[in-house]
Design a binder for this molecule. Structure first.
Ligand code: WT7
Length: 654
């Protein structure tokens, strides 16, 4: 990637300052932010140490803040001891045990409410049950559950006894589950008979059985939650019903205090090559990051009802469902099912009925719901909402504006939060009481986060709108510690590119004249058209800005003259035209993009399709699209494809 040709041609100049009412009440105002930034600049270790002492309850205080001895395998607060579950639950019991911790809604419409006292009791009972099964500190436990309170209870129970959980998303197949169980060497699997999703029952126990039967010799026991009531086969001697396991257990369980560097969890994420990586997070540093960013970015207060829609199978569900908000003593919402059941108003109906004040979701969900039109949200009272967040991919300005105007009624700040499984917590994001937002930009790094954009040789890119590698210059407490069982891969993936000088996120980004960060996409998603680097997201944003377009995905294909040609897959709002009408619309869209971004960005091919290929987590499968655009044989694993029948259409045969 050359610094001269990685140009950004996205032009977005709308800017929204936080309103006076919000500024007045915000946890972090301009003065507080300046003080924090100055502190972090002056003495980064002292900055984090102060926060770690203030925010976390330590069983044994740490004396050393940051150990760079084995850099880039950094260690934070290493001689301190604490327990994550203690910090999420016990610390609240003296002052607000009766506050609601979890408001749960199942897809079929059942609901539950757990106070902090009740949640603490359930976590202790399960923790005692796990101990009775012989699980102890350092043992790995794989959790394969629907989005029900017991998923959080299981995570917290592991944390309570020092066991290392690895949550596997319930939408993953038995095959993926097996790989993860094998890689962790788990002794125990916690699962459920099933869960409700999209009006169907997802049979988790059956998948877990299949996975374990396929060479998972380390698994000694399986704990099974009854959720759907569907019959399941229980293997005598190995399987226990959750309800039986906890039946006689006391609701108190002394926490096992662990060193701050003790792994809290492993979470698998896919890389550009090879098998999924087991990202290992620490106890102290991770929890600090999750808690602080929850308070800073979501401005959470006692009377807030916080709904992060992510499944606990993803890092977002770890940091902003299970750990951050509970450490902060907030009330969280958990919803089991799909946003489309019984209709596309489910999210808005939950926000209305449960009084959600802070809502955090992904651009893919926002776009899908936007596609259904404004009438659906209009049927719900969304006036309790005061803050909206987004995460997971660059959000196109059109979706951002719709979110702000239609969902937020124009009054809620929108925080576009950039981070990764590996960063553990939000890194670049507006602070809602300080930062003016711009649609499509994640704005500025949080205090203590030294993000930068560098060129091929690691020199900072200073020209405005020139793209480069997004890097983090200094370690931060919630950073991943290693890849489980493969530290070399950790070093190669995140540190080798610039000789260990800084963390390489694998994203490209540029900064505008205000220093705001704009994520252009993954490095391997960057197109090079006639010597100009183009972020795929920019072309997609342009397409989505067209009134007929609901969603777009852009990939490159080799082109004789220009190096790479732009190939766009487009999902329309409403019906997909055929024949001459389709050709005319395609031409119109090509001209539109040229008009929006410049001729260089005009897509060479546009394929109209009813859907984009997505993983069950909602990520567009770009490599698959790239293969199709290039007319190559599909070599990717399509087993995670939500809708396999889409392949013919994408090839232009449907
Ligand atoms: C990648 C990390 C961390 C939560 C969910 C995804 C992309 C994430 C944003 C954002 C633009 C974003 C990046 C990043 N990404 N947030 N606000 N704007 N891109 O976690 O699966 O680890 O993916 O998601 O490309 O590297 P993940």
């Amino acid at each position: 990637m050359s610094r001269d040709n990685l140009d950004s041609i996205l032009r977005e100049d709308r800017k929204f300052p936080p309103d006076a009412g919000f500024i007045g009440k915000a946890r972090i105002n301009r003065v507080a932010l300046s003080a924090m930034q100055a502190h972090a600049e002056r003495n980064l270790e002292e900055f984090w140490a102060g926060l770690a002492r203030e925010e976390l309850s330590w069983h044994r205080p740490f004396s050393e803040v940051l150990d760079r001895g084995q850099a880039p395998n950094f260690r934070w607060f290493a001689d301190g001891e604490l327990n994550a579950s203690w910090n999420c639950l016990d610390v609240h019991l003296a002052t607000h045990a009766e506050r609601t911790a979890i408001l749960f809604e199942g897809e079929p419409g059942d609901s539950r409410r757990l106070t902090y006292r009740e949640l603490h009791g359930e976590v202790c009972r399960l923790a005692n049950g796990l101990k009775a099964l012989g699980i102890g500190s350092g043992d790995r436990v794989v959790i394969y559950m629907p989005m029900v309170p017991e998923a959080v209870i299981a995570m917290q129970a592991c944390a309570r006894i020092g066991a290392v959980h690895s949550v596997v998303f319930g939408g993953f197949s038995a095959h993926s589950l097996r790989d993860r169980i094998q890689d962790t060497g788990a002794r125990l699997v916690i699962t459920a008979d099933g869960g409700h999703r999209g009006g169907k029952v997802i049979e988790l126990k059956a998948a877990a059985d299949k996975a374990v039967a396929d060479g998972c010799d380390t698994v000694e026991a399986m704990v099974v939650l009854r959720r759907t009531g569907a019959p399941v086969a229980m293997q005598p001697g190995r399987d226990t019903w959750w309800s039986d396991l906890v039946a006689d257990q006391p609701d108190q369980c002394p926490p096992v205090f662990v060193g701050a560097e003790h792994p809290l969890f492993l979470l698998y994420t896919s890389g550009s090559t090879g098998k999924p990586k087991g990202i290992q997070h620490s106890t102290g540093g991770y929890l600090l990051g999750a808690k602080l960013t929850t308070k800073w970015v979501f401005d959470l207060r006692e009377d807030d009802v916080f709904w992060c829609t992510a499944d606990v199978g993803w890092i977002t569900g770890h940091s902003y469902v299970c750990y951050g908000p509970l450490a902060a003593g907030a009330t969280i919402v958990m919803y089991e099912g799909a946003p489309s059941v019984p209709d596309g108003g489910r999210f808005w109906s939950i926000c209305e009925r449960l009084g959600v004040t802070v809502f955090y979701t992904a651009p893919t969900a926002i776009r899908a719901l936007m596609k259904l039109g404004d009438d659906i949200p209009a049927r719900h009272d969304l006036s309790r909402l005061r803050l909206l967040g987004t995460v997971g991919e660059p959000i196109n300005p059109e979706a951002w504006m719709w979110y702000r105007d239609v969902i937020g009624g124009g009054r809620c700040p929108v925080v576009d939060t950039w981070w990764q499984t590996e960063t553990g917590a939000i890194m670049i994001s507006p602070l809602p009481g300080v930062t003016s937002t711009k649609p499509g930009s994640c704005t500025l790094p949080l205090p203590g986060v030294f993000a930068d954009i560098v060129d091929e040789s690691g020199e900072p890119v200073t020209d405005e709108n020139k793209g480069g590698y997004l890097v983090i210059r200094e370690p931060w407490p919630s950073m991943a510690r290693t890849i489980w069982g493969d530290n070399q891969r950790y070093l190669d993936t995140y540190w080798a590119r610039f000789d260990g000088r800084f963390y390489t996120a694998g994203d490209s980004a540029h900064r505008d004249r205000d220093g705001y960060f704009w994520i252009m996409g993954r490095i391997d998603d960057v197109l090079n058209v006639a010597g100009h680097r183009l972020g795929t997201m920019e072309v997609e944003s342009a397409l989505v800005a067209h009134p007929r377009v609901a969603e777009a995905a852009v990939v490159g294909r080799p082109h004789e003259i220009k190096g790479e040609a732009i190939f766009a897959y487009v999902v329309l709002r409403g019906d997909r035209p055929m024949g001459a009408a389709a050709a005319a619309l395609t031409e119109e869209l090509r001209a539109w993009v040229a008009e929006e971004l410049g001729a260089i960005a005009r897509p060479d091919d546009i394929r109209l399709t009813d859907n984009l290929p997505k993983t069950r987590s909602g990520k567009i499968m770009r490599r698959l699209l790239r293969s199709i655009a290039r007319g190559e044989e599909i070599s990717q694993d399509t087993s995670t494809l939500e809708n396999p029948s889409i392949l013919d259409q994408l090839r232009g045969e449907g």
